[in-house]
Design a protein around this ligand. Structure first.
Ligand SMILES: Nc1ncnc2c1ncn2[C@@H]1O[C@H](COP(=O)(O)OP(=O)(O)O)[C@@H](O)[C@H]1O
Ligand SMILES: [Mg+2]
Length: 370
């Protein structure tokens, strides 16, 4: 393979190099000492959201503000001639939004003054790890839920029936106790019912779905109940294609996210933004699948609450993890399970005053029906 490429003509080998660069998931740009862009690969187009023609021969500062660490790293590379790497750099501009990136800058050997810059968005990389842990958490809960449904619900209905029979023969003064038995067994049954949503076996009924209708439905439910005092803001991309999903289950996902967003304490007027977007080029490798899947539809729920508590973060999507006095800790575990069942993925960013949960979903495609 290598030998064959070496013998290719110059034009063919240039094309070959370009196609290698275009198949990388890192965004690569080549800049000179004055910050002018000389080259951009396909992922760079996606990263900056503009075509190559708008990138090449334009200053990098049109896309990334000059006060970001990227430019000081660039100066460092030019001054020392050595490569530098930095993780966790935030690049923010109106054009590219807020990006959390790993940067690698290397001088290009035979071209004086040119530097290759690679940018990798870290929320995506970190998300793949998190995705794996959601999956195993969801599996553990599925098994537990199936066990509870069989082993707990049946005896409970026996206990309740017996208490009802007793109720007729005990004196009034003790009826309070039989009522207590009935109420408490009902409470356990309700909890087990909620957990049964996790038990595997319920087929998901997927079809083309307008996600905006789902969001409007969720918003209506919230506004008439737990979200009465919250201001809802919508930022929808009306050109979004259909999602390939199960309507009831996606309502459940968004309802759980919106409910959490309403419940978190915060200062001032509470606001929740529901938004949808099409994100080019988000490809993820999912466990058990060879191919990388394309998850271009992004549905986000943003709130202005005080943010996710640090101690909650490592196990946020696990079942029974909660810091609310009456919480069940089942909301996000169910969200993770349903999103996984849809072949999608979920990630979050949270800081005081701004928490965003993003659900990435596959879109409806003809071959998806098979
Ligand atoms: N939007 C949010 N802002 C801050 N914390 C959140 C948010 N969403 C979820 N959390 C945290 O995640 C925990 C788990 O959520 P969830 O699984 O829905 O269970 P529950 O709502 O019953 O506590 C919550 O107790 C809360 O601490
Ligand atoms: Mg919840």
């Amino acid at each position: 393979m290598v030998l064959r490429t070496l013998r290719r003509s110059d034009a063919a080998s240039e094309q070959f190099s370009n196609s290698i660069l275009d198949s990388l998931s890192e965004a690569i740009v080549v800049v000179d000492g004055s910050g002018l862009i000389h080259y951009a690969n396909l992922s760079a187009e996606q990263f900056f959201g503009v075509g190559r023609a708008r990138l090449v021969n334009h200053p990098l500062s049109e896309f990334v503000p000059e006060e970001t660490p990227l430019f000081s790293l660039l100066e460092q590379v030019l001054a020392t001639g050595g490569a530098v790497a930095e993780n966790g750099v935030t690049l923010a501009s109106p054009r590219i939004g807020n990006r959390f990136c790993a940067l690698r800058l290397s001088p290009i050997v035979e071209s004086d003054g040119l530097v290759a810059v690679s940018l990798v968005e870290q929320s995506i990389a970190r998300n793949i790890d998190r995705q794996m842990s959601h999956r195993s958490a969801a599996r553990a809960v599925s098994a537990l839920a199936a066990m509870l449904a069989h082993e707990v619900k049946n005896p409970l209905s026996g206990i309740r029936g017996a208490a009802q029979l007793l109720e007729q023969s005990v004196p009034d003064s003790e009826r309070e106790l039989t009522t207590l038995i009935c109420e408490e067994t009902d409470r356990i049954v309700a909890l087990v019912d909620r957990m049964e949503a996790f038990a595997d076996g319920r087929p998901i009924e997927r079809g083309p779905l307008n996600i905006h209708q789902v969001l409007n439905h969720v918003r209506r439910i919230a506004e008439n109940g737990f979200g009465k005092n919250v201001r809802f803001v919508e930022s929808y991309d009306p050109s979004l294609p259909d999602v390939y999903g199960d309507r009831d289950q996606l309502i459940q996902v968004l309802l759980n996210l919106v409910k959490n967003a309403c419940e978190v304490p915060g200062d001032g007027e509470r606001e929740i933004e529901l938004s949808t977007a099409f994100r080019h080029g988000l490809r993820l490798a999912l466990p058990g699948q060879q191919a990388r899947v394309n998850l271009p539809l992004v549905v986000s729920v943003r709130d202005n609450g005080r943010g996710i508590a640090d101690e909650m973060r490592p196990h946020l999507f696990d079942a029974f993890v909660t810091n609310k006095p009456t919480g069940t800790g089942l909301g996000l575990a169910l969200v993770a399970k349903i999103v996984n069942d849809h072949g999608g993925t979920i990630e979050y960013d949270s800081e005081p005053g701004r928490t965003v949960f993003r659900v990435m979903l596959p879109m409806q495609m003809p071959q998806a029906n098979s």
